[in-house]
Design a protein around this ligand. Structure first.
Ligand SMILES: [Mg+2]
Ligand SMILES: [Zn+2]
Length: 197
């Protein structure tokens, strides 16, 4: 059976917690591999979505290298930790999409406007085309308003995952649903609120 539906997942605040940065005194994306950890319910949530025939994609803005706050090597080491962990546990992510740009970055190569930074939809358009997805059967799950805006622009349904550190990056959008974590989001998306054995 072909799989024409997918769940697009934001990463930071959804798959892994944000990390406190003492320099900025804010919770941010992880900048060091040793700071990286994954929420405990992630595997169970992703299995539930896979069992319901959803393809999975991760779509993440990672501007910290462009802003001079992290090395690209460290950001990519973190990406390898996550992809290794998920594949070792039998989870297939059809594609990981990372945007390293920032409109006001200080690293020339990654600075300026781009179409891949959420709420830009370039990555979603690419996945829809490449995997022959029906946008109306897809979901976007993320913690920030930019995630919700991104999904809505593509005609996807959206679930916003509560993140107490989201600050002014959340609260202005209207998703289809709210969830307390990725597992509750998976329950909403699959329409089933208990685990099947
Ligand atoms: Mg996030
Ligand atoms: Zn970009």
């Amino acid at each position: 059976m072909s799989k024409n539906k997918a769940v697009f997942l934001d990463r930071d605040g959804v798959i892994n917690p944000p990390v406190y940065n003492p320099v900025t005194q804010e919770y941010e994306s992880p900048h060091y591999p040793e700071d990286y950890c994954v929420y405990p319910m992630v595997l169970k949530a992703l299995r539930k979505l896979t069992d319901d025939n959803y393809r999975l994609f991760i779509v993440s803005n990672q501007p910290s290298y462009a802003k001079g706050k992290a090395t690209l090597e460290n950001l990519q080491a973190i990406e390898r930790i996550l992809s290794g962990y998920l594949s070792e546990n039998g989870i297939t992510i059809d594609k990981y999409y990372y945007c390293y740009h920032h409109p006001e970055g200080i690293v020339a190569e990654y600075s300026g406007e781009c179409r891949c930074r959420k709420p830009g939809t370039l990555f979603l358009e690419d996945a829809v085309e490449r995997f022959d997805l029906n946008s109306g059967d897809c979901w976007f799950a993320g913690d920030r308003d930019s995630d919700i805006t991104c999904g809505k622009k593509m005609g996807m349904r959206t679930v916003q995952i509560k993140n107490k550190h989201a600050g002014n990056k959340a609260g202005k959008e209207t998703p289809n649903a709210f969830a307390s974590d990725i597992f509750e989001a998976a329950e909403i998306i699959t329409g089933s609120e208990c685990n099947e054995f």
